[in-house]
Write a protein that binds this ligand. Structure first.
Ligand code: F6P
Length: 512
């Protein structure tokens, strides 16, 4: 049954009034001056993640009004439906159960048993690969959720990765990417992982076929030993000639799949126990999201803040600033998570929306971003909320670096908020620019798992308030269909029926 549309609720109207009365002119400096307890009220320790929300353009009253919106749009019922296994991905008629991948085994639940049987088998395989010194290179072939999650997590946990093995990620149909990797590896020392939920994705199947052809050309014989598949389409993997397959299920969305067999590269890198710790960290956040009262529920607070910024302040983007180089792929991962989930223009019933949904997410690790686009964040004409992610304990022993890194993160957040009014003209900083500051004690499998689950549930929260289906991705289909038509035209030169621009570019690209 459809839940009430957010823009037709009383809470939405109250938020509009609130924004006019005190939201648009809200000043962070005044808010801190007036409320000595602001930091305590607007920060919180959730499992493995401390979050300071106090440098955001909210106060207790706005949070209350946003919570009323969550209640009126039945966020809790929608959340509970997800955890009960209801088919909340209604446009694909699927349940949404990535959370089950990280829950402890429940012998009474057939899906949970299947999850844990597969997990045990996959982790046993990962340990065998870790112990096989002849395998020096692991090449993951996959794209989107079958690439970004494992790639991001292997980088994030690189300080814990097994020595003597290199990890490569090939996603793009652009042959330059695979060719560059194949130059670096030897057939008898490489394990190729073909990662694809559907096992039909053009990029992945093209790369997998080319990798297999290269492998045999190089004299590689044992395809069964050197190729494994991670997919829900076990039959297609078998037809491809792959004997070792780890499966998952249609109730795991691609961008929510790093917890499944798609996480095999992570398990090879950090070991079975490390992978179990990653799952445990995410599960702790699942439990927080499932049970904490809304006003102390961190993913809910963050998701509602996102609604406040997008729909009332009209902010169009959010910048992710991980102050840890190992989190360098986090912005790209979050782009898929949030923009593929919530970049929708119709509600779950297919009705057009009269309000904005997903913002643009973007970012680079600090301090690099400071020397590139932070100019715009401090003095540009758009206000962009920034999300700082800092890790208290470093994974290296180089003297002095980490203090300077953390000092810079704090200083940037402080500068954005405080500004500097004593210098005029080009040197003026208006300040009052919002940011959120996350602190992890250390970058461990558990804290990474919790952080990622936090983001998943935050995206769930804003998507639920907006009433959209956060778990489909119909918007990726049209380009795929047109590309297959144009690929034929690039071969044949046929232009009939094409618009003049596409036809002109086709001629240009076929020339010579
Ligand atoms: O084209 C988008 C998409 O379907 C993503 O949602 C998905 O993560 C990616 O392609 C890869 O899909 P698959 O894992 O089935 O190859």
């Amino acid at each position: 049954m459809a839940r009430p549309r957010c823009d037709r609720t009383a809470a939405w109207r109250q938020l509009q009034e609130r924004f006019r009365a005190s939201g648009a002119g809200f000043d962070l400096r005044t808010a801190f001056a007036q409320d000595p307890a602001r930091f305590d009220a607007l920060s919180q320790q959730a499992p493995h993640v401390f979050a300071d929300l106090s440098k955001n353009l909210v106060d207790a009253g706005t949070e209350q009004a946003l919570l009323a919106l969550a209640r009126e749009t039945q966020l809790e019922a929608h959340r509970d439906a997800m955890f009960a296994g209801a088919r909340i991905n209604n446009t694909e008629d699927r349940a949404v159960k990535h959370w089950l991948l990280r829950a402890p085994r429940d012998g009474a639940d057939a899906d949970s048993v299947a999850v844990h049987d597969t997990l045990d088998a996959m982790l046993a395989f990962a340990e065998r690969v870790r112990g096989d010194a002849a395998i020096t290179d692991v090449v993951n072939i996959g794209i989107g959720g079958s690439d970004l999650g494992p790639q991001m997590a292997v980088a994030a946990l690189e300080s814990l990765a097994i020595p003597g093995k290199r990890f490569h990620f090939v996603s793009n149909i652009d042959g330059h990417e695979l060719a560059a990797v194949l130059k670096k590896v030897r057939a008898d020392g490489t394990l190729f992982l073909v990662a694809s939920k559907t096992f039909t994705t053009l990029e992945t199947m093209t790369n997998a076929r080319s990798a297999r052809a290269w492998f045999t050309q190089q004299g590689g014989k044992d395809v069964a030993r050197h190729f494994a598949a991670l997919t829900t389409n076990v039959e297609a993997a078998r037809q491809f000639g792959i004997a070792t397959t780890f499966g998952f299920w249609d109730w795991v969305g691609g961008r929510y799949s790093l917890w499944s067999a798609i996480g095999l590269p992570i398990a090879i890198a950090i070991g079975a126990q490390g992978f179990r710790d990653l799952l445990a960290g995410a599960h702790a956040m699942d439990e927080h999201f499932r049970t904490a009262p809304l006003e102390r529920n961190l993913p809910v607070r963050l998701g509602l803040l996102d609604v406040w910024y997008r729909n009332f302040h009209g902010f169009t983007s959010r910048s992710i600033a991980p102050y840890h180089s190992a989190l360098r792929r986090l912005p790209a991962y979050l782009q898929q998570l949030e923009m593929e989930s919530n970049g929708k223009g119709v509600d779950a019933q297919g009705q057009p929306l009269a309000f904005a949904t997903s913002p643009v997410l973007w970012g680079e690790p600090g301090t690099n971003g400071q020397h590139a686009y932070f100019q715009m964040l401090h003095q540009g004409t758009d206000r962009v909320p920034v999300e700082f992610i800092a890790v208290r304990a470093p994974a290296h022993e180089l003297e002095g670096h980490h203090e300077l890194l953390l000092a810079n993160a704090l200083a940037q957040a402080q500068a954005l908020m405080q500004g500097r009014a004593d210098a005029g003209g080009h040197r003026n900083f208006a300040g009052n620019r919002p940011s959120t500051f996350f602190v992890l004690e250390a970058l461990t499998p558990a804290s990474l798992g919790a952080l990622l689950a936090l983001y998943e549930h935050r995206v769930f929260t804003s998507g639920a308030v907006w009433g959209i289906d956060s778990f489909d991705q119909w918007g990726v289909e049209l380009g795929k269909v047109l590309a297959s038509d144009i690929a034929q035209r690039l071969r044949s030169g046929a232009q009939e029926g094409l618009d003049a621009s596409t036809a002109g570019l086709l001629r240009r690209l076929r020339r010579g």
